[in-house]
Structures are given as structure tokens and as C-alpha cells.
Design a protein around this ligand. Sequence first.
Ligand code: HEC
Length: 165
Amino acid sequence: MTKLVSTLAMLAACSAAGAAGGRGAAPDARSIERGRYILKITGCNDCHTPHYAARAGDVPESQWLTGDRLGYRGPWGTTYAPNLRLVLTQLSEDQWVQKARTLQTRPPMPWFALRQMNENDLRAMHRFAVHLGPAGTPAPPYVPPGRDVKPPYIQWPMAATAAPK
Ligand code: HEC
């Protein structure tokens, strides 16, 4: 009997842990750590965190994903990597998954790569962003083609493929 009771207690503990890792659950240490790892390896910081690529990733976590004033100028106009700390913290986890699954932007954002990310990884990324919390200010707005922009910007070859409609 004691054995049965302790087995039941164990099962209850397991299903509670399972529920905690499921949809809409409070952020837990494991998925936050997974989110940190995903951001380190998928390159989002290269564009969405100021100076990240130039400093070989040596930027404090508190500044991660705060967006950048560096423009990307090409046939599509000039784009700026938005502040994802503000974008992600304003979305629920489900809204973020939906957005990432359907996102299509101008270059050089690799939206086609983000669409391939599995749901658990997207959720982990959101939990990590919520764990860091909102920070910074919005990046400059998109500038259409043919308009002058102030430096700093990277000029892409004007013969590059046109932006998606
Ligand atoms: C090569 C640079 C680059 C990389 C790498 C990159 N992004 Fe972006 N991202 C951008 C730019 C530039 C835009 C703005 C595009 C536009 O204005 O159409 C953008 C836009 C976005 C948006 C739309 C935000 C909004 O305001 O709706 C999301 C979400 C996003 N990026 C997430 C990510 C994630 C997650 C990663 C990593 C998997 C990533 N990005 C990697 C440059 C980049």
C-alpha cells in the first residue's frame, strides 16, 4: 500500500512538471536557459543587438535584442532591426508563435529561417525575452526606396533581388 501511494505521488509530481512545461505555463528555468541558448546560436543578436557581431558576442545580456540604428539599404529601401524586447514582451507566447510562423519582412531579416523554428524553441525564445523584460527604445522606422537616409547604414548592391510584396 505504501508503495502504491508513493507511486501515485510520483505520477502526480510528473504530470505537474509536464503541465508546467506546457502551453501558457509560467516561465521555468529550463526553457529560459533553452531560449538563451537558441539566441546564442541562431544569429538574431547579430542584427537585433547593437554591436553584437562586431564585438564577437561580447555584449551584456541586458542589452540583447534591443534593436539597432544601423540601416540596411537596398532595392527594398532602408530597414532597421526592430527592438525585439519591446515586440516580444507585448505578445503572448501563442501570439508570438503565430507571428513567427507567418512573418514575412523585407531583407535582410531571415524570416524564412524563423518560420522553420520548432514550436518549443519559439516558446523558449519568448520565455527568455519575457525573463529579460522590456528595454530600450524602438528602432528607426522603415524608409522607402529613393529617400535619403542618415548614416550609419550598410549599402547592399542595388541589383539584389527585390523585396517580397
Ligand atoms: C541579418 C540581420 C537580421 C537577423 C540575423 C535577424 N533579423 Fe529579425 N529583422 C531584421 C530587420 C532588418 C528587420 C526589419 C525588416 C523590415 O523592416 O521589413 C527584422 C524584423 C524582425 C521581426 C519583425 C518585428 C516586428 O516589428 O514585427 C522579428 C519578429 C524578427 N526580426 C525576429 C528575428 C529573430 C527571432 C531572429 C533570429 C532567429 C532574427 N530576427 C534575425 C534583421 C535581422
